[in-house]
Write a protein that binds this ligand. Structure first.
Ligand code: 5GP
Length: 211
């Protein structure tokens, strides 16, 4: 009677620490599956195809779009990023809460297509800290950092579309908070329609003396 897993969208400015947070969430708790996105951007130092992303050509990406193989996709800082459909559907059906770590345009498309998705936005404690983390990562050029900060400023305009914001100051606290929010979301009436409807039917039957 329990509803299937929840589709959880996690967005946040580049450099807000989402990647580390997701890794920790999956290490600490069992019930999550992390979707691996497809992208046309080049791998960063240390990134692996099939683990961090499926790195593909523009042609392969567009072919996937044409075959309706993506739940959503968006263009971000000159590259395509998208969520492959099959894995997400399988994991949700198996009762897992599936995490999509995606940017805001994609998040809004997910909300349209899956109104029961839970949308979370990870924020750094301050804008200066964001700049520090982006520079400290050492994987982007100053121009790319500038582009990502500009993008963060644009994305900040859309935060109200999300259900919750989570401030990533301390990793442990933030991981627990994220997990608690997702657990709590399992208890909303909108995510338990079948259970509620069954209860109603049973109560009606009981009142009539049928059971
Ligand atoms: P990065 O290049 O730093 O790995 O990712 C850039 C941005 O793209 C991040 O905000 C990340 O969350 C987002 N992103 C990663 N995968 C996807 C995806 O499948 N769809 C969308 N819409 N955004 C994605």
């Amino acid at each position: 009677m329990k509803d299937k897993g929840i589709l959880v969208v996690v967005s946040g400015f580049s450099g807000a620490g989402k990647g580390t947070l997701m890794k920790r969430l999956l290490q600490e708790y069992d019930n999550y599956a992390l979707s691996i996105s497809m992208t046309t951007r080049l791998p960063r130092e240390g990134e692996q195809d099939g683990r961090d992303y499926f790195f593909v050509t523009k042609e392969a990406f567009e072919d996937r779009i044409a075959k309706d193989g993506l739940i959503e996709f968006a263009s971000y800082c000159g590259n395509y990023y998208g969520t492959p459909k099959e894995y997400v559907e399988q994991q949700l059906a198996a009762g897992k809460d599936v995490i999509l770590e995606i940017e805001i345009q994609g998040a809004l498309k997910v909300r349209e297509r899956f109104p029961k998705a839970l949308l979370l936005f990870v924020m750094p404690p301050t804008s200066k800290e964001l700049e520090r983390r982006l520079a400290g990562r050492g994987t982007e050029s100053p121009e790319q950092i500038q582009r990502r900060l500009e993008r963060a400023s644009e994305e900040a305009e859309g935060i109200e579309c999300y259900d919750y914001i989570i401030v990533n100051d301390d990793l442990e606290t933030c991981t627990k908070e994220l997990h608690s929010i997702i657990r709590a979301a399992h208890g909303t009436p909108g995510r338990n329609e079948a259970f509620i409807e069954n209860m109603r039917q049973e109560l009606k039957a009981l009142v009539k003396g049928e059971k």
